[in-house]
Write a protein that binds this ligand. Sequence first.
Ligand SMILES: O=P(O)(O)OC[C@H]1O[C@H](OP(=O)(O)OP(=O)(O)O)[C@H](O)[C@@H]1O
Ligand SMILES: Nc1nc2[nH]cnc2c(=O)[nH]1
Length: 179
Amino acid sequence: MSNKHKISVMISEDKLQEKIAEIGAKISADYEGKEIKLICILKGSIFFCCELAKRITVPVKIDFMQTSSYGSGTTSSGNIVIKKELDESIEGEHVIVVEDIIDSGNTLFRLMPMLEERNPADICICTLLDKPDRREVDIDVKYNGFNIPDEFVVGYGLDYDQMYRNLPFIGVVHLDDEN
Ligand SMILES: O=P(O)(O)OC[C@H]1O[C@H](OP(=O)(O)OP(=O)(O)O)[C@H](O)[C@@H]1O
Ligand SMILES: Nc1nc2[nH]cnc2c(=O)[nH]1
């Protein structure tokens, strides 16, 4: 494959598949006898959410939400705006918020209370990647695929300037080596 930047593999496609199957099995066991609703936080979570949903054996509904942070700088500020609202109510539902990555934690720190106000039966967070070294606020993560170091990653939904979301692995972009 020829990419604009040099990209090295951090987590292979096989390792991702294996981990997602593991999380899917855990969720299926934890929610046995229940129906769950996955909330996919666009755009980055789309690949993880689709793959995860296929690995869950209890009944699953999927809804989508998109948020963006505003403020300056490269990390999300404390404030978020909802760019796309859920289509349906989550009242009384067993909700799992699906993220591709948690970095500062600001997005979920703001979003979770907004969702909790809508009275789900219960609600938790499932993320594919976590960068604990970058955390600015406390986030209670129930399902986490991988803790990763503080490096900018792409692939499996994650972008650099909207590119590379389609890579089937998690990679590190080497911005100094443009070719
Ligand atoms: O923990 P935080 O520092 O708040 O960062 C995490 C958020 O940033 C990413 O989304 P992004 O805003 O890049 O949007 P995208 O998924 O559409 O690329 C990611 O999907 C999380 O939603
Ligand atoms: N693409 C991408 N988005 C992020 N948002 C927060 N951290 C990251 C990261 O490492 N890569």
